[in-house]
Design a protein around this ligand. Structure first.
Ligand SMILES: Nc1nc2c(ncn2[C@@H]2O[C@H](COP(=O)(O)OP(=O)(O)OP(=O)(O)O)[C@@H](O)[C@H]2O)c(=O)[nH]1
Ligand SMILES: [Mg+2]
Length: 1030
């Protein structure tokens, strides 16, 4: 393998929505490469890359896997990825190792939610994408479209995909769900679609058939083409140049048979029946072949004509085949061989590793400028040299070796090749899984970015927190390891090699104990780690796991450790109550994890708890009057007051709800906020927060974030000031300007969606001092700061000065109180969400004996007690303030996309309503019997949802869930009828409908062992005695 010239290597992945045909396409590419791994007859049926039992059983791909193929004199590493949302982390790991992506779209189903997600992933990782429109056969034989209708549909899909790409290019901050709900960019009705002149090729468009990066294929039958293939064929026939034809075979170009000229729409004579050239020269012949072959009265002569004019060598036996479909398949796969169409597109459109790495480098290894004293410039210069060598994909023996491991995967030891290249015996290593009795071996899925990796070589394993300028102090982020074996991956098979050069994708053995999920490998210590991968979702489905038999605890813990290593996405933690908690991306993922744990890693019987769903707590949003809502923060009597037990501190807390959009921005930006504020960020594997070193990235994240926050607020003001006098909106705006300058902290964990504002109190208690705080976060975010008056030197007397000093020292206690309160709200100890707090803390001078004794500050042990009291008072006051302001529970919502045949619509809606889902959109898919329904579904109700749906619709409906957003439940958890009307309606409360909010809260409280107020017997009078007298 090492002898391949870099310019002859291509690394690509196949990305698409679930079931759009990735694995089927991979089959044909494998069969077409002539490696003998797969017979062309089996291609599309075997699903070679789905080698796990569970994958074959469910017929979906669950992990990304790679295969090395040959095409002409090129070496192509192909990575097949899963399309199911639960495994989208595997898409990230595949994209990181590739330079190009084949984006598949089912021509019948069109763009779906995961299509958005994979386009985004390709964009983030700076991959060069190619579009593959799959299942063209379904347009002909299933939807029975005419060639012109099919063309309109294809045009529309290409346009839609280009619209999504251009939104990413212009850096719109839409989540995948938002962009899907926003609909295709510039959507127009189908009927007039083809008449639009704007579909005239736009130079900006990413995907353009005439440029050769779009292919039209049928993966099932193994045929496909780009317009280039047809351009070449027609060039001689029509007497035009291939280049001119290639341009003309897409878009509104027509052929005038009289003048033999290619003309635009305007060049057509009125009333002309001309079809676009793509329809006339590409689709119509294809349709004819299909009709000739499959329709009973079809003209079989057409097939012979095709065989003749294209000089195809189809054995007569196959042409006589009674099975019309396979006869058609043998003609088409010879006429338009799929693997040629795709692989020639890949070779032409996807850059080789040298070209790709030169522009992917800014994503892989963002430039860092280290400012600070005592930095060793030799180290920096060396790190820069390493970066340069990655940028140029230097594969010379002198170049430093750098590779990136995007995931670890487990292979049963018996599956490993027993002998090396020269017949030497392999596998004489002790197992690296941690203990000797394990029969799993861990391999690293890696790409070499510079230099040559050899078996037996020692490398440094750098975690994403490693900083070469920190020298020995960061030893824990760096380890040394020996590469025991290198393999080329052939799907499930592994081919041992002695060495591999930059630009290749390989599996490495020997790193099992050194890498948990991902890492950078380097031959020198002076190398920055690669940037972390972006995962589209986080593991949200959490369950507690314990062994059936307590004696198996040890085996379970070992199993969990192995699982955590083998699955790039699963999270294993121990809760505060000592449970082992497993977090997975969704039900299918969880099911596989449990199965793996039970059968492979732990091999014990397990009991799995119902899902532990997370909630948030907030207050009722006073949307009707945002002005009053804001005003509450500036003063008034609407506050909760608490006094510390020693009587020295009075804490007043005001709370108010933040605009929804602002909460969302804060929630989504916790990583970047962590970087900016310098606090701890939510994720442990962040590479950016390196203290004292200023990390300069391509864009300015602070400015971007600031702008997003301002936009969110402005949007809210505009939205709410409709129909309100202008000066109201103006007042709101100026209030916000002041508030943004007063951000003291965010919570919980310093980066959450709740804001602590510095107090702005005018009044003063006699002799007491207000603890001011500092608008530290505002400053960092660039909102400026307000000067909050004089502090320490204002008071004339020594005592007052001491008091000011004490006030300052208590600031951190207020922050802690705020952090604790926002981490656990009053309803059920779940984090708070979208709230702004103002905490006014007044500290009064010491009185009594201390003063008499002459000291102005309390002794240290008392001081510690005092800070504790302040923390508790602030925390309690914050929680009480929330309780007083109509608290609401906030649920996580899934966006769900359902596809179902019309006859099952009724039962699908029944399931949806039982599960408290909210329908957003329902749409008939034109030309097919399928309905697409979009809805929001509470995460709490999602468990068993797919199963129930499957039962309700006899398996005909399919569903995909994506975590979408947090949503407050309108219902008051403490509702009891109070007003006359309410009492009239609900009576004394016995006929109140079940309170969902209350039920959710009680469930969580019960799980957490918190007291639950509940009547065990609701209506004693209604109880039945089951005993009957006879
Ligand atoms: N009619 C038709 N069916 C196809 C075509 N390509 C794939 N299919 C079918 O679509 C289904 C899904 O194919 P897969 O290749 O497993 O899809 P996938 O994208 O790998 O799915 P995941 O890996 O689970 O995301 C299978 O039943 C295929 O037979 C095609 O060109 N035409
Ligand atoms: Mg697949």
């Amino acid at each position: 393998m090492g002898d391949f010239d870099c310019s002859k290597i291509r690394n690509i992945c196949i990305l698409a929505h679930v079931d759009h045909g990735k694995t089927t396409l991979a089959d044909h590419l494998i069969a077409g490469s002539g490696s003998g791994l797969l017979h062309p007859k089996q291609a599309g049926k075997l699903r070679f890359m789905d080698y796990l039992d569970e994958e074959q059983r469910r017929a979906i791909t669950m992990k990304s896997s790679s295969i090395a193929l040959h095409y002409k004199d090129y070496s192509i590493n192909l990575i097949d990825s899963p399309g199911h949302m639960d495994f989208c982390s595997e898409v990230s790991t595949a994209a990181r190792l590739s330079d190009g992506a084949l984006i598949l779209v089912d021509a019948v189903e069109g763009v779906h939610i995961q299509t958005h997600a994979v386009l985004r992933q390709a964009w983030i990782e700076k991959l060069t994408p190619c579009l593959v429109l799959n299942k063209i056969d379904r347009l002909i034989s299933e939807l029975k479209l005419s060639p012109t209708e099919a063309y309109t549909r294809l045009l529309r899909i290409v346009h839609e995909v280009n619209g999504i790409m251009s939104a990413y290019k212009s850096e719109k901050y839409l989540s995948d769900v938002d962009s899907l709900l926003a609909g295709p960019v510039g959507e127009v009705g189908d009927e007039n679609y083809e008449n639009q002149e704007f579909v005239e090729d736009d130079e900006e468009d990413t995907f353009q058939p005439q440029k050769g990066n779009v292919a039209f294929v049928c993966a099932l039958d193994g045929w496909g083409f780009g317009v280039g293939e047809f351009a070449e064929f027609y060039a001689s026939k029509l007497g035009a140049s291939t280049a001119a034809l290639r341009k003309a075979l897409w878009g509104p170009r027509y052929f005038n048979p009289k003048t033999k000229m290619i003309v635009g729409k305007k060049g057509l004579s009125a009333g002309s029946k001309a079809r676009p050239m793509f329809v006339q020269f590409v689709l119509e012949p294809l349709w004819q072949v299909y009709q000739a072959a499959l329709e009973p009265d079809g003209d079989k002569g057409v097939l012979e004509k095709v065989v003749k004019s294209f000089n195809l060598s189809v054995p007569a036996r196959e042409l006589q085949n009674k099975d019309l479909k396979s006869m058609l398949q043998s003609v088409l796969s010879r006429w338009l061989p799929l693997s040629d169409a795709i692989l020639s597109m890949v070779v032409k459109s996807v850059p080789d590793p040298v070209a790709a790495q030169s522009f992917r480098i800014s994503r892989l290894l963002p430039k860092r400028e280290v400012l600070g004293d005592g930095v060793n410039f030799d180290i920096l210069a060396e790190a820069e040299r390493v970066r340069k060598s990655i940028e140029s994909c230097d594969s010379s023996p002198e170049a430093p070796c750098v590779a990136f491991v995007s995931k670890m995967f487990a292979v049963p030891i018996k599956m490993l090749p027993q002998r090396g290249l020269h017949g030497e015996v392999l596998n004489n290593y002790a197992d690296e899984g941690g203990s000797d009795d394990s029969d799993e071996c861990f391999l690293a899925f890696a790409r070499i970015f510079s230099g040559i990796l050899c078996v037996g070589q020692r490398v440094f394993v750098l975690s994403s927190l490693y900083d070469p300028t920190k020298g020995e102090s960061l030893q824990k982020h760096m380890q040394e390891a020996e590469l025991q074996s290198l393999f080329l991956m052939m799907g499930q098979g592994l081919k041992p090699v002695v060495s591999a050069k930059a630009g290749n994708v390989v599996a490495i053995r020997g790193l099992g104990q050194h890498i948990l999920k991902s890492a950078t490998l380097s031959s020198t210590k002076n190398c920055w780690p690669f940037s972390s991968m972006v995962f589209q979702v986080s593991p949200t489905l959490r369950v507690a796991i314990e062994p059936r038999d307590p004696a198996d605890m040890g085996a379970l813990m070992k199993g969990l450790k192995l699982l955590n290593r083998a699955d790039p996405f699963v999270e294993v933690t121990v809760s505060s109550r000592g449970e082992h908690v497993l977090a997975a991306a969704g039900e299918v993922h969880l099911e596989r994890c449990i199965k793996d744990l039970r059968e492979r890693f732990a091999k014990v019987n397990l009991s799995v708890s119902p899902p532990l769903v997370s909630y948030r707590e907030t207050i009722e949003g006073e949307v009707s009057n945002p002005f009053e809502n804001l005003k509450a923060l500036f003063g008034g009597s609407d506050y909760i007051e608490k006094i510390t037990p020693n009587g020295r501190c009075t804490v007043r807390v005001r709370v108010s709800k933040l605009p929804h959009a602002l909460t969302k921005v804060l929630d989504e930006s916790s990583d970047i906020l962590g970087d900016i504020i310098g606090g701890k960020s939510g994720q442990a594997n962040k590479s950016m927060e390196i203290l004292n070193a200023k990390v300069v990235k391509d864009e300015n994240p602070t400015e971007t974030l600031k702008k997003r926050m301002m936009d969110a607020i402005e949007g809210e003001i505009l939205h709410q000031s409709e129909g309100v006098e202008k000066d109201r909106a103006e007042k709101c705006r100026s209030m916000w300007q002041q508030l943004l300058k007063r951000i003291w902290s965010l919570g919980p964990k310093q980066v959450g969606p709740n804001i602590l504002l510095t107090p702005d109190a005018k009044e003063n208690f006699s002799g007491s001092v207000l603890i001011q705080g500092s608008s530290h976060v505002s400053e960092r975010l660039g909102f400026g700061e307000v000067c909050n008056g004089g502090t320490a030197n204002e008071g004339p007397s020594l005592e007052t000065q001491a008091l000011y000093r004490e006030a300052e020292s208590l600031e951190s206690s207020i922050l802690s109180g705020f952090q604790l309160a926002t981490a656990a709200g009053p309803l059920c100890d779940e984090p708070m969400w979208g709230l702004a707090f103002v905490v006014e803390t007044y500290i009064s001078p010491l009185t009594g004996q201390l003063e008499e004794s002459g000291t102005s500050s309390p002794p240290p042990e008392q001081y510690a007690i005092f800070t504790g009291q302040v923390i508790t008072a602030v925390k309690d006051a914050c929680r009480a303030a929330v309780l007083q302001k109509k608290p609401r529970i906030v649920e996580a919502m899934y966006f769900c996309e359902l596809n179902t045949p019309t006859e099952y619509l009724g039962s699908m809606y029944a399931v949806l309503s039982r599960k408290r889902a909210r329908i957003l959109k329902e749409e008939m898919q034109e030309g097919s019997p399928l309905f697409t329904v979009h809805a929001y579904l509470p995460v709490a109700e999602s468990f068993g949802f797919a199963e129930e749906l499957r039962k309700g619709t006899s398996g005909a409906a399919s569903v995909l869930l994506v975590l979408s957003h947090w949503e407050a439940l309108d219902e008051d958890p403490f509702f009891v009828p109070k007003t006359e009307e309410e009492i009239e309606e609900f009576g004394d409360g016995s006929s109140v409908l079940p309170n969902t909010a209350r039920k959710l809260i009680n469930d969580v409280r019960r799980r957490k062992g918190l007291p639950v107020e509940e009547k065990v017997v609701q209506h004693a009078t209604k109880q039945r005695t089951l005993a009957r007298k006879v």
